[in-house]
Design a protein. Structure first.
Lengths: 547, 282
């Protein structure tokens, strides 16, 4: 006891001692460590965000431009009735226009060349003519979107040619080459293989006969043990087995013996042996189409303008025509319903709970449950909406009304919680001041507390709305991922889709063009979120008051 | 007295208003008895904060409530305009009368009561609105004014009474929170007197202010008491001695002694009062 006191007295009194200095050093080290952890955590978060945005932008930017062909089209009055422009023969018009732009296509290829253009080409022309009936009988130049493969080709997303050989084939060939088996023979790159000229397979002839191909393949396989990939026998040129026949013809005595035979290599492997990478044409293109496409390009008809259709077109099966207008409209309606429901209800509930509700078990229970609701997975709300709104009340499927109702179930807890926090943050002195001059509870609330809490309430509401904007699962469950090819008939009660569900269905589509469009749609969604957050910050600063 | 009650029909007359001027023979008590608290007990939940407090407050004078922290003087002050009503679990028993009417009677509307009994708080708490709106708010919610000119008049009158008019008359549109601490507190006083209260309760109004601002407020109280019954809670005994005519000493929730201020500070009856005012405990 007394010892401890002495030590303690020394330690605290002598600030210059080694112990004291060590303690100070340790304290500083701990401070710096804590800071370092924070900096590491923040840079990690920022780095990950950077990776996300970079990857989205790098995959998504091609979707913001669209390859189009400025095609001069003669709107033939014989094919389009000026009285009824909607039912003209537009497919034929487009085919004629292509014929004119790319002269000299044989008849049997006309169909194939037409596939350079979007399958919707005739509808693009039709829509234009319906909007502008006076062009009938004139030649117009319309930018027509090209089909997805050519769009991707022109943007450089997919190559014209792909590798002819896969990496196993290249690796096994390298192995043979390293053993010195690839040699120049008779002016051809050949494989020098030991062949056991099996008397059961070949006969001396003359002329020598037998299944030389099998013999050649089996001797090659002997060099490539444990190989299941039968494509490797394609290493040999088509005429390679004849080398066996030639040898037997020259010397029938080799039957039953093992001899060295030079087998010429097939063309791809010859290229490989020459140190180049063999290429073949991408199977999505044909030579004729490429030729025609290059011709259009040379004429300067192919352009890549900004893809406004991404924002103004509705969905389409063809990626080159698909846009987000339907999804944006659907999301707007759903958020509108969500806001109209959750904002007043949320604020009313929060004001009651915070200012008027008596403190008892029942209100405690309500409070706990509201907090719990904020943590309920959104898919559960989706199921609830499916069962109650669609199943029980029989509201229309896929409609923004139901979507908004389900989303408002999700945003309500957020709004209630943030509103209560904002009300709590209003200093009690303001309430007292108002009560002191004789304001009623209602007047205190409406004149002082709510206006002061408004920035916080708005921030919470917009954050809740942003959350709702990005919510996918509940919308999928109530079917708000409808295929909407036109925004004309959209309404609160009509089937619709929303931004996140549109992203979901595009991500599911096999066409190459939807890959970049998915990223682009995500960027658009993120853009809306950023805008909403900026609005929240602006509103907060606008209404912020000091006290 | 009777006639005055009838002017305010919302407050039900519980008992006939009997002026009790005869009690005591002190000069200040020649004024009318404005508020009277009898046997006030107060509980915060289970905890009793006030024990049998009996206090009379007279018009046209200042009554100071002094005592150590937590002795219940602010709590008692808040009973006088029923500000304790908004605190959960607060229960008041006893009888508090304003002009002879029980202010805790069931039919008394606390909102109208607070128009008659104004309050100024410890920390200046102007609304985050313009100076004009701060003062006009009370008349507005009580419907005292009809036209814009009425408001302008009442704002000017109140600010003048609060001694703030000369300083702010050119910037009535600026925020009340932009004023200095002393000006804010005078703005709060102007706000409180804008509805013509009969009683003004002040809860340590100068504790957040510097001595110059304090002096201004004290002068102001001297002027205001010509028309008002002022009850002030203060921790500064010098202040109590300077501004008040009567002083009540609270200790541990009980009213120990109440008398003329000069008597409390020079010749108190109770030993505890003696100890407190001479700074021996507190």
């Amino acid at each position: 006891m007394s010892d401890a006191q002495v030590i303690g007295a020394e330690a605290t009194d002598d600030w210059g001692s080694d112990q004291a200095r060590r303690r100070v050093r340790r304290r500083y080290a701990a401070d710096r460590r804590l800071q370092a952890y924070g900096i590491i955590a923040i840079s990690l978060a920022v780095g990950l965000l950077g990776v996300l945005v970079t990857s989205l932008v790098s995959t998504g930017y091609p979707a913001f431009i669209q390859t189009k062909v400025d095609l001069p089209i003669y709107i033939d009055p014989a094919k389009v009735d000026p009285q009824d422009p909607r039912s003209g023969k537009y497919r034929a018009l487009v085919r004629e226009a292509v014929d004119k732009a790319v002269p000299g296509i044989p008849d049997d290829q006309k169909r194939s060349i037409g596939k350079i253009l979007s399958s919707d080409a005739s509808y693009i022309v039709r829509d234009y003519v319906v909007d502008h009936p006076d062009v009938i009988g004139k030649t117009i130049t319309l930018p027509i979107a090209v089909s997805d493969p050519y769009d991707q080709l022109y943007k450089g997303v997919i190559p014209k040619e792909v590798d002819a050989l896969n990496w196993t084939q290249v690796a096994w060939f390298d192995r043979l080459e390293n053993r010195g088996l690839v040699v120049e023979h008779d002016g051809r790159k050949s494989l020098k293989l030991d062949v056991y000229v099996n008397p059961e397979i070949v006969e001396a002839g003359p002329p020598p006969s037998g299944d030389f191909a099998v013999l050649a393949q089996s001797s090659l396989k002997a060099y490539l043990p444990r190989i299941i990939d039968t494509s490797l026998v394609e290493m040999l040129a088509a005429d390679a087995p004849e080398a066996i026949g030639d040898r037997i013809a020259a010397d029938p005595g080799i039957i039953g013996k093992t001899v060295q035979i030079y087998f010429p290599l097939s063309p791809h492997y010859v290229t490989l042996a020459n140190g180049e990478t063999p290429k073949i044409l991408n199977s999505r293109f044909s030579e004729d189409q490429l030729e025609a496409f290059d011709l259009l390009d040379e004429k300067g008809l192919v352009r890549t303008p900004f893809n406004w259709e991404l924002f103004f077109n509705a969905d389409s099966r063809f990626p080159e025509r698909a846009g987000l207008a339907g999804a944006i409209t659907g999301s707007f309606y759903a958020l509108l319903v969500c806001f109209l429901l959750s904002f007043p209800i949320g604020i009313a509930a929060a004001v009651y709970l915070e200012e008027f509700a008596p403190k008892n078990r029942f209100t405690d229970l309500i409070e706990v449950n509201i907090n719990n609701l904020a943590a309920v997975p959104s898919v559960v709300f989706g199921l609830l909406g499916l069962a109650v709104f669609l199943g029980f009340f029989g509201l229309p499927r896929s409609a923004p009304l139901v979507g908004g109702m389900v989303l408002s179930l999700m945003t309500l807890p957020t709004i209630i919680i943030t509103t209560r926090a904002a009300l709590k943050a209003v200093p009690p002195s303001i309430r007292e001041a108002a009560l002191g001059v004789g304001a009623s509870k209602h007047q205190v609330m409406m004149h002082h507390v709510l206006p002061l809490a408004l920035p916080g309430i708005l921030t919470g509401t917009i954050i809740g709305m942003a959350q709702a904007l990005g919510e996918t699962a509940p919308l999928l469950l109530i079917g708000m991922n409808a295929f909407i090819p036109s925004v004309e008939n959209m309404g609160i009660l009509e089937p619709a889709t929303a931004l996140p569900t549109q992203i979901f269905s595009w991500a599911d589509s096999p066409e190459r063009g939807f890959v970049s469009r998915t990223s682009a749609a995500i960027l658009v969604l993120l853009g809306f979120l950023v805008i909403m957050n900026i609005i929240a910050i602006t509103l907060r600063q606008m209404f912020q008051r000091k006290w | 007295m009777e006639a005055k009650v009838e002017e305010r029909p919302a407050i039900r007359v519980e008992a006939p208003a009997v002026p009790q001027k005869k009690e005591g023979a002190l000069p200040v008590e020649q004024h009318e008895l404005k508020m009277k608290a009898s046997d006030v007990n107060l509980w915060y939940g289970e905890k009793q904060a006030l024990f049998d407090v009996n206090l009379e407050m007279f018009g046209q004078s200042v009554t100071a409530l002094i005592g150590p922290s937590g002795c219940g003087k602010s709590t008692f002050l808040r009973c006088l305009d029923r500000m304790n009503d908004v605190i959960d679990g607060c229960r008041v028993e006893g009888d508090i009368r304003l002009d002879g009417q029980d202010i805790y009677a069931p039919r008394v509307d606390p909102v109208q009561l607070r128009a008659r009994v104004g309050m100024v708080f410890q920390k200046p708490n102007p609304f985050p609105k313009s100076i004009f709106e701060n003062v006009a708010y009370g008349p507005r919610i009580h419907g005292l004014c009809k036209t814009k000119a009425d408001y302008t008049e009442i704002v000017e009158k109140s600010l003048t009474r609060a001694g703030l008019w000369e300083e702010v008359k050119d910037r009535l549109d600026e925020s009340g929170t932009g004023l200095s601490g002393g000006q804010q507190q005078r703005l709060c006083i102007a706000r409180a007197i804008s509805v013509n209260p009969e009683v003004l309760l002040m809860d340590e109004p100068c504790s957040a202010l510097d001595p110059i601002a304090t002096a201004k407020i004290e002068t102001l109280m001297d002027e205001l008491k010509q028309n008002l019954c002022i009850v002030i809670v203060t921790h500064s005994m010098q202040q109590a001695a300077r501004v008040s005519q009567r002083t009540a000493f609270f200790h541990l929730g009980k009213l120990v002694e109440v008398d003329e201020t000069s008597k409390i500070f020079t010749n108190p009856t109770d030993q505890r009062t003696q100890d407190y005012v001479t700074g021996r405990f507190g």
